[in-house]
Design a protein around this ligand. Structure first.
Ligand code: C2E
Ligand code: MG
Ligand code: MG
Ligand code: MG
Length: 283
């Protein structure tokens, strides 16, 4: 029985693998067209200051509406864009589009301190990244601190001298640098000592066990304390419940994001969301 099942499993795996390879080529070639065909757009998720009870910013999250594949999640297509190198062009567009959107909101009188954009390793190493950021800020007449760049720990572990130069250039412009999914990856704290980081974002994976799992609560408290003593802002992502929020406030988390406040929404809905937030007295 086991042998029969084993053989069956192997065949199924083999077929799936081939499907995946075919799929991979298709996704990569479709992705190359996506930008020029206007299939990419940005959703925005509000970020709330827990101290000020105010919406301080929003994170831009990339969306792909593909005529062939439908709505594709960034966790599914970004690895392909990284693999093909297309992420460099797409990533530059994300920064530009996020800056354009923030300019539009500010012109409407919306008070948002900054817009956050996710950046991948490949993009950072492209050599053109900091120039493209500077150009985007300039075109839309925004100061550097209106832009926050989020990157995962992986970027900092595979540290190349080039990345440090890029970080330094970005810092000189006043751009805010954030470690995303903090604690989820290799978690060498070493880079916190010598990289010009402004904030850390506690990985949503620790949120699930809040407030009942001792390991999760201990990790969150430790991250908040490290951030505090290093003078970093600490953000919690993936906040879904009132209990999680109460815990995060109690331990001194600065900012939070999550479905409890809002899912990522279309740009056009953000002003309405902020109006309602202020009216309901949450602000
Ligand atoms: P991330 O930067 O850590 O973004 C947070 C993800 O968690 C988003 O998924 C968001 O929709 C989701 N999320 C937010 N609040 C909650 C919550 O309360 N509960 C749960 N369960 N999930 C929540 P999304 O939009 O699918 O993005 C996934 C990842 O794709 C992002 O993780 C980021 O690493 C990457 N990504 C998104 N946009 C870009 C981009 O423009 N460039 C790059 N390089 N990566 C991007
Ligand atoms: Mg992020
Ligand atoms: Mg995350
Ligand atoms: Mg994250």
């Amino acid at each position: 029985e086991a042998k029969r099942r084993g053989r069956h499993t192997f065949r199924a795996f083999d077929k799936t693998l081939n499907d995946h390879l075919g799929m991979r080529n298709q996704i990569e070639s479709q992705l190359r067209l996506a930008l020029d065909h206007g299939e990419l757009w940005l959703a925005f998720q509000p970020k709330v200051s827990l101290r000020e009870r105010r919406i301080v910013g929003a994170e831009a999250l990339l969306r792909w509406r593909s005529p062939q594949f439908g709505e594709v999640s960034p966790t599914d297509f970004i690895p392909h864009a990284e693999n093909s190198g297309e992420i460099v062009r797409i990533g530059a567009w994300v920064v530009k589009e996020a800056c354009r959107q923030l300019r539009e909101w500010r012109d409407q009188g919306l008070e948002l301190d900054h817009i956050a954009v996710n950046v991948s390793f490949r993009q950072l190493l492209s050599g053109t990244f900091s120039d493209s950021v500077q150009a985007a800020l300039q075109v839309h007449d925004l100061p550097g601190n209106a832009l926050e760049l989020e990157m995962t720990e992986r970027i900092l572990i595979d540290e190349a001298p080039d990345t440090l130069d890029t970080f330094t250039a970005l810092k000189r412009m006043g751009v805010r640098l954030t470690i995303d999914d903090f604690g989820e990856g290799y978690s060498s704290f070493n880079y916190l000592r010598h990289l010009p980081i402004d904030s850390v974002k506690i990985s949503h994976t620790f949120m699930q066990g809040i407030p009942v799992q001792p390991a999760d609560t201990a990790i969150c408290e430790a991250i908040v304390r490290i951030a505090e003593s290093l003078g970093l802002t600490v953000v919690a992502e993936g906040v879904e419940t009132e209990e999680q929020l109460a815990f995060l406030e109690r331990i001194g988390t600065d900012d939070a994001q999550g479905f409890f406040f809002s899912r990522p929404i279309e740009a056009a809905r953000l002003p309405v969301f902020m109006q309602e937030w202020n009216r309901s007295g949450r602000g």
